[in-house]
Design a protein around this ligand. Structure first.
Ligand code: SF4
Length: 74
């Protein structure tokens, strides 16, 4: 299922620098197929959009985990 943030997401709208072939692959794999694996989506849905770093790419799952752990309420 495609991501509901497609229209506003900086990554999907080519506002984040990335090799174009890799960008297309990520868009296909994450944005258009499985948003639940996207690092940006996970942080946004778990903590809120304000926690999504400008340089957080969809494939950065480990970074997403550490952001979530660091900011989750105990
Ligand atoms: S899947 Fe991730 S990168 Fe793609 S549009 Fe949604 S939040 Fe943005």
């Amino acid at each position: 299922m495609s991501c509901e943030n497609l229209e506003k997401c900086p990554f999907y709208n080519d506002k984040m620098p990335i090799d174009s072939a890799l960008g297309r692959l990520y868009k296909k794999n994450y944005c258009e197929n499985d948003k639940t694996k996207c690092a940006r989506y996970r942080v946004a849905t778990t903590l809120g959009k304000e926690y999504v770093l400008d340089n957080l790419y969809p494939n950065m799952q480990e970074k997403a985990e550490s952001i979530i752990q660091a900011n989750s309420k105990k």
